[in-house]
Design a protein around this ligand. Structure first.
Ligand SMILES: NC(=O)C1=CN([C@@H]2O[C@H](COP(=O)(O)OP(=O)(O)OC[C@H]3O[C@@H](n4cnc5c(N)ncnc54)[C@H](O)[C@@H]3O)[C@@H](O)[C@H]2O)[C@@H](O)CC1
Ligand SMILES: Nc1ncnc2c1ncn2[C@@H]1O[C@H](COP(=O)(O)OP(=O)(O)O)[C@@H](O)[C@H]1O
Ligand SMILES: [K+]
Length: 527
């Protein structure tokens, strides 16, 4: 799994590479610039013949601008035409960046196809053509910190960003951002005003957390990582990792050829409810079917027995038990994992039923997936300490449920889901899967995982019930609830992708049907 770092973690890794490994800063910058030039030319499909291509490289006063000077030189070396805009007086550049700039000045004396504009006004006055192949953004990188979305950037940075976005809009030129699209906070993904909208981002050494949250995905375009000789070990321990297919495959434990149903993952699902005014049996049905489609050998579901026939018609393989607490506790002892919550209801009788269940040792000591109405109950002040008694549990809130559990507003959770999930998991000593895009999976101490599979295809009623059933199945088959949560999020996202070509019309039933393909696909990747 790839590391994903904050701006502070990146700067620590830079510092460690320079001080501990004694890699010179100019060596890092040389690699950053030459790799970026290579990646940009490949993205333009001009790697074999860059001659005839022209580039505009805009350089700020920090090291991001330093990367820009190196990119400009390598593009010139490959035969391209280059215009460079320097946004600050050259004498204010720090030595490593001034060196890059002075080399370019020296190139000019050799009649290279290079123009250097000093200041944004000179650039705007001189740039008449719109025939650039790409516009390269070396204005701001990980050094930018913003405190709120839409924060105004000062001049000349604001005009430089506007120039890039306008040229992109009025021509065929792509914007390639160096390290981070300028104006985007590399840690939070909050964007300043204005901020570069890149077609591709060539990031140095490691992906940044800000690419995945808030406005990050809207600004980055295609993500490429440049290897700049900052080895992974120097960034350890990594606090955030990106899930991938290989990780998901490892958590999917295959059936033993000689194994019977009760050896292939026994799941107990306590879900669904019926009142005089409504029925939420569908939530139980989706969770049950999802667990079966994810390969659970045996699924038992507790729901009002009046609905057993409907459940049998939908999922004949499932066994139905009623609501007797002792019968449920006995089944929990039999099960390898228990899922509680989907559609259980929020009236006082349902809440006390859930509280009774969560205090039963057969349930609390088992692998436990807690979703929906069980999260509602757990958020009540009297019950919030119950999570300390769980052996291996995962809570699966969306932002609304997280708000109730944590007391933070949905807005503040959306602003920093990574920190919200990490802090809650640490404080309550429980695993937490915070649903969203991306989904964040946090444990009390392990690194946090990010899952980026899935699209708005998953934004349909019942999609979360399906995810819970999938987590319970993977946990029952042998994974820890943390790993089962992260792997299920991966498969769930892929099932959404495979469920239909038009994401806007994907339904919960379509996602269910696509689960086997999403799992099979992983094993094809591995072959
Ligand atoms: N050794 C290193 O540190 C390496 C750094 N590299 C590059 O260096 C970049 C980071 O360089 P720097 O730390 O110099 O920072 P930047 O080049 O990102 O620029 C920081 C500048 O932005 C200004 N700034 C910060 N917040 C602002 C705000 N809210 N409004 C207006 N201005 C603001 C700062 O005063 C500073 O002048 C990386 O993104 C990467 O491109 C790479 O060359 C690899 C090696
Ligand atoms: N636009 C989206 N992109 C990616 N994933 C999404 C999107 N919208 C919803 N999802 C995913 O769909 C699921 C919805 O869960 P939830 O809100 O609990 O649904 P329900 O309560 O209807 O079962 C979560 O896993 C969430 O991450
Ligand atoms: K940049």
């Amino acid at each position: 799994m790839l590391p994903v770092v904050t701006a502070i973690e990146m700067s620590k890794a830079d510092k460690a590479a320079i001080e501990e490994l004694r890699i010179g800063e100019s060596r890092l910058m040389e690699l950053a610039g030459s790799e970026a030039a290579d990646i940009i030319l490949k993205a333009l499909e001009k790697n074999d013949n860059p001659e005839g291509c022209s580039f505009l490289v805009v350089c700020g006063k920090g090291n991001n601008g330093g990367d820009g000077f190196v990119v400009a030189r390598h593009l010139l070396n490959r035969g391209a035409t280059v215009d460079v805009v320097l946004l600050c007086p050259p004498e204010t550049l720090k030595p490593v960046n001034r060196e890059g700039y002075l080399i370019l000045e020296a190139y000019r004396h050799h009649n290279e196809p290079l123009r250097i504009f000093h200041g944004i006004e000179e650039a705007i006055d001189s740039i008449t053509e719109t025939g650039y192949s790409a516009l390269i953004d070396g204005i701001l990188g990980t050094g930018l910190r913003i405190t709120q979305a839409g924060e105004a950037l000062p001049e000349p940075i604001a005009s430089a960003i506007t120039l890039l976005n306008t040229l992109r809009h009025n021509s065929d030129a792509l914007i390639a951002a160096l390290d981070v699209p300028s104006g985007l906070d590399a840690t939070t993904g909050l964007s300043a005003s204005p901020a570069v909208i890149a077609d591709l981002t060539v990031t140095m050494a490691f992906l940044k957390t800000g690419f995945f949250f808030n406005e990050g995905p809207l600004h980055c375009g295609d993500l490429h990582t440049a290897e700049i000789s900052i080895p992974r070990f120097i960034a350890e321990p990594v606090s955030t990792l990106l899930t991938d297919g290989e990780f998901a495959a490892e958590q999917f434990i295959m059936r033993n050829p000689a194994a019977a149903k009760h050896q292939n993952g026994k799941v107990l699902i306590i879900a669904g409810s019926i009142s005089s005014t409504s029925s939420m049996i569908g939530a139980a049905m989706l969770a049950v079917k999802a667990a079966l489609k994810t390969g659970a050998g045996y699924v038992c579901v507790s729901l009002p027995l009046t609905h057993a026939a409907a459940m049998h018609a939908f999922a004949p393989g499932a066994v139905v038990i009623g609501r007797d607490l002792d019968v449920i506790a006995e089944k929990a002892r039999w099960a390898d994992a228990v899922l509680i919550g989907c559609g259980l209801g929020r009236d006082s009788a349902s809440v006390s039923f859930i509280a009774d269940l969560l205090q039963r040792k057969e349930i609390a000591a088992n692998k436990l997936v807690i979703d929906a109405d069980a999260l509602y109950a757990l958020a009540l002040p009297d019950l919030s300490s119950l999570s300390f008694g769980f052996s291996d549990a995962i809570l699966t809130p969306h932002y609304g449920e997280m708000s109730r559990l944590s007391g933070f507003s949905v807005e503040s959770i959306a602003c920093d889901p990574l920190d919200t999930a990490r802090t809650y998991a640490e404080k309550h000593r429980v695993n937490l899967l915070l649903k969203g895009y991306p989904t964040v999976i946090a444990a009390p101490s392990d690194p946090v995982l990010l899952n980026t599979t899935g699209t708005d295809a998953l934004g349909t009623a019942g999609s979360g019930d399906i995810l819970s059933g999938m987590i319970a199945a993977l946990a029952a088959k042998g994974a820890t609830t943390f790993n089962a949560g992260a792997a299920a999020a991966w498969f769930h996202g892929r099932a959404g992708d495979l469920a239909g070509t038009i994401s806007s019309i994907v339904s919960a039933e379509d996602i269910l049907e696509a689960i086997p393909s999403a799992i099979q696909e992983i094993f094809h990747i591995e072959e």
